[in-house]
Design a protein around this ligand. Structure first.
Ligand SMILES: NC(=O)c1ccc[n+]([C@@H]2O[C@H](COP(=O)([O-])OP(=O)(O)OC[C@H]3O[C@@H](n4cnc5c(N)ncnc54)[C@H](OP(=O)(O)O)[C@@H]3O)[C@@H](O)[C@H]2O)c1
Length: 247
């Protein structure tokens, strides 16, 4: 359809990603999805098309195949209006402490791959003069904690990259949004017991991303606002006290 806006959703097998694609599809956007295993993501693509009637196309993309990222962007049928990247890997902190390869995978999946891909898209958006970029980071990046600092440090790197990108492109017509969802009920957290007040549904995250990217409501989103307060308190605890807390 002429004039129809286009979303590129990177990470189509994710529950948050699926909810984001659903939100945009309901607003009549054309949807481009990526997954490293498109066959596994096809169920989400079919669900999206069946429930919204959206034009949905799937592409193969491994975010760790760094030398393919620019080619992937250039091969897209159209430069999207908005890109949302939900790619991430929680990993296992205990394993990462003993296994540098695992730690490297967590770091690369949460920071290097998403930053490089969004950086390439940002350049194309800036040349065109408009576009929105949302990267799903985490409150875990706000302060390194003993229980998840490998994941947290990678998200900190990603948040910092998005912050710099946002500031550099502030007058270029390109919006950059950092998403810190707090806890979300998804496949990633299904084995965890999560406090309800701090835990969002994927559709809440999707709604917050849509509002921030398309209605410019915020640059940095804490989906449940209470997380902003929680993290502000955590960030003010002096290091000598913090290291005794075992968080
Ligand atoms: N759930 C939470 O409580 C929570 C809280 C804060 C932040 N987040 C962040 O939200 C995002 C989505 O998380 P989720 O809960 O929906 O978990 P998820 O289902 O594990 O989502 C992670 C996504 O990243 C993709 N991915 C991993 N490695 C990849 C690679 N090398 N190339 C391409 N795609 C790759 C996964 O694809 P595969 O299916 O192929 O593995 C999946 O689509 C993540 O960035 C996560 O860190 C989640």
């Amino acid at each position: 359809m002429a004039g129809q806006k286009v979303l590129l959703l990177v990470g189509a097998t994710s529950d948050i990603g699926h909810a984001v694609a659903m939100r945009y599809a309901r607003e009549d956007w054309r949807i481009l999805l990526t997954a490293r295993d498109p066959a596994r993501a096809q169920r989400n693509a079919d669900d999206l098309a069946a429930r919204t009637g959206a034009d949905v196309t799937m592409f193969s993309l491994d975010i760790l195949a760094l030398d393919t990222l620019a080619t992937f962007v250039d091969a897209l049928p159209v430069l999207p209006d908005t890109v949302v990247c939900v790619v991430g890997e929680l990993g296992d902190q205990t394993r990462a402490q003993a296994d540098p390869e695992h730690a490297g995978l967590v770091m690369a999946t949460n920071y290097v791959g998403p930053s490089l891909l969004l950086g390439i898209l940002a350049e194309r958006f800036a040349q065109r003069g408009h576009g929105s970029i949302a990267g799903v980071s985490s409150v875990a990046g706000d302060r390194g904690r003993s229980s998840n600092y490998v994941y947290g440090s990678a998200k900190a790197g990603f948040s910092s990259f998005l912050s710099g990108l946002r500031n550099r492109l502030a007058r270029s017509g390109v919006r950059v949004v950092t998403v810190k969802p707090g806890f979300v009920r998804t496949r990633m957290t299904r084995s965890m017991k999560l406090p309800p007040i701090l835990t969002a549904n994927p559709s809440e995250v999707a709604g917050a991303i849509y509002e921030a990217t398309e209605r410019a409501t915020a640059d940095i989103i804490y989906v449940r606002r209470i997380w902003r307060l929680v993290m502000a308190v955590i960030c003010t605890i002096p290091e000598p006290v913090f290291k005794r807390l075992r968080l």
